[in-house]
Design a protein around this ligand. Structure first.
Ligand code: NAD
Ligand SMILES: O=P(O)(O)OC[C@H]1O[C@H](O[C@H]2[C@H](O)[C@@H](O)[C@@H](O)O[C@@H]2CO)[C@H](O)[C@@H](O)[C@@H]1O
Ligand code: MN
Length: 441
């Protein structure tokens, strides 16, 4: 069986070890020859790479690992590019979250003004990876996780329309795993879903068990009472902010009791609640820096100091399982049914055909074939039209270096109360992003 060469772009990512561990779990069905880490911060990447080198030596010595900051070395002779970069790193995520809060507006990684600022940084970073891939391995596929996936997806649709890039998100995966537990099922793979929306802005409209019977009613009743928790209590092992997000899904679901929502909709439907409950001095970025980043880098440093990964606490997660499932679907034409962020083109018949929508697709060697969703209701359609307008204006603002269009995007966001507040936030974001954004005119 062919052995694959994988590029992991953003090798210094906190998710890289989890992806390596997941790849090791699938060696029989998805054998690897070489893994190449690529990052523009060699020092950050080295910590992760040195630990992964030990881990591979102990568990899969036949797999070669190269860590580099040289694009030619990183992108030559690869079959897949698994991309999860964070342009500006957590320091800029902290700005994305704290600047809007200063103006009484939702401060979030991928939603509202924070997502817009992050999008303006991510677009050039991801396009650069696409160009490297097309230059050095033109037949490769990019499986992109880099956020904000909605804006990155719109940018690659518009600015790299012929690229072999698949934009994905693991939020639905995480929620489906919780739904499975609430229904006494082993895993999300025990059911099939109908879903539609934009990235971080969607709804489940049916959930069918292996016999094709709908369990949606049971799920809507559960979520309308408990949100994405077992019986209203905190999910064991989940962080406090994630537990409050999973509980808030209950109030979001009340807006449409026939469906269950993506958790991110809370930022658009209850922005006042989110701002009132935010700590302007200590946001999710701080939690991640004190949590996941400290844990992953601490574990990697410990592996290197001990010279063994034998007792490491590092583990895989939904992020990893999804990206490997996707690589297998492309490599072996499995036609697996997966939610992908794809150009609408009629999947949602009464919605902008050029919008990047998140819908079920059958994924094979030629990429995703989207399933027809049909007509969507006025409520969701109207919300999505406003949000997709924001996402498209951000890409236009980037392309045209337009202050006006970025101001319009911020003003159009459901999270921003007025054009005045939008302009105040924009001027602060321009100052904070001087090293990353194009100069706007
Ligand atoms: N799509 C999803 O559902 C999903 C899920 C989880 C995480 N993510 C995304 O995955 C990414 C990684 O998350 P993380 O928390 O591990 O971030 P992280 O900061 O730990 O790692 C990101 C890495 O990217 C590198 N990087 C930044 N700009 C780069 C560039 N231009 N070229 C090459 N490398 C660059 C950084 O140096 C860093 O090592 C983020 O974009 C995050 O939002 C997406
Ligand atoms: O605040 P963070 O950095 O912890 O998470 C933000 C990301 O949240 C989602 O990804 C989750 C995923 O849903 C969950 O199942 C698990 O795998 O952790 C992931 C990262 O925490 C969301 O899909 C991403 O886009 C966000 O970046
Ligand atoms: Mn996501």
């Amino acid at each position: 069986m062919k052995k694959f060469n994988i590029n992991i772009s953003g090798g210094g990512s906190t998710f890289t070890p989890g992806i390596i561990l997941m790849l090791l779990d699938y060696q029989k069905e998805f054998p690897i020859d070489t893994i190449k880490f690529y990052d523009n911060d060699g020092e950050r990447q080295k910590t992760i790479a040195d630990a992964c080198e030990i881990l591979l030596k102990e568990r899969a010595p036949e797999i070669k690992l190269i860590a580099t900051t040289d694009p030619k070395e990183a992108f030559t002779d690869v079959d897949f590019v698994m991309a999860h970069i964070r342009v500006g790193k957590y320091a800029m995520r902290e700005q994305d979250e704290k600047i809007p809060l200063k103006h009484g507006v939702v401060g979030q990684e991928t939603c509202g003004p924070g997502g817009i600022a992050y999008g303006m940084r991510s677009i050039p970073g991801v396009l650069e990876l696409v160009d490297y891939m097309e230059k050095y391995s033109p037949d490769a596929w990019m499986l992109n996780y880099s956020n904000p996936a909605a804006i990155v997806a719109e940018a690659t649709r518009k600015l790299r329309p012929d690229a072999n890039i698949l934009n994905i998100c693991d939020m639905p995966i995480g929620i489906e795993e919780i739904i499975a537990k609430t229904q006494g099922l082993e895993s999300r793979k025990d059911f099939e879903v109908d879903y539609y929306g934009l990235n971080h802005f969607g709804w489940w409209t049916d959930i069918r068990d292996k016999n094709g019977n709908s369990i949606l009613d049971k799920v809507t009743q559960h979520v309308s009472r408990y949100g994405y928790t077992m019986g209203g209590d905190d999910l064991p092992g989940e962080e406090a902010s994630w537990n409050s997000t999973f509980k808030k899904a209950k109030d979001v679901q009340h807006l449409d009791p026939e469906t269950v929502p993506n958790t991110y909709l809370k930022y658009y439907l209850y922005p006042d609640y989110e701002v009132a409950h935010a700590n302007k001095e200590y946001t999710r970025a701080n939690e991640v820096m004190d949590g996941r980043e400290k844990f992953v880098f601490g574990e990697c440093q410990s592996i290197v100091e001990k010279g063994t990964a034998e007792d490491t606490k590092l583990e895989t997660d939904d992020h990893a399982s999804y990206i490997v499932d996707l690589a297998k679907a492309i490599a072996f034409n499995t036609k697996e049914r997966m939610l992908m962020i794809v150009e609408n083109n009629g999947a949602i018949v009464n919605f902008d055909p050029t919008a990047m929508v998140e819908v079920p697709c059958l994924v094979g060697s030629k990429g995703p074939e989207k399933l027809v969703v049909g007509e969507i209701p006025r409520f969701q359609k109207s919300l999505m039209e406003q949000q997709v307008g924001v996402e498209k204006l951000v890409v236009e603002a980037f392309e045209e270096k337009s202050y006006q269009k970025l101001w319009q995007a911020l003003t159009l966001s459901k999270t921003v109360p007025s054009a005045k507040v939008a302009k105040d936030i924009l001027d602060d974001l321009i100052e904070a992003n001087k090293a990353y954004w194009p100069v706007l005119k």
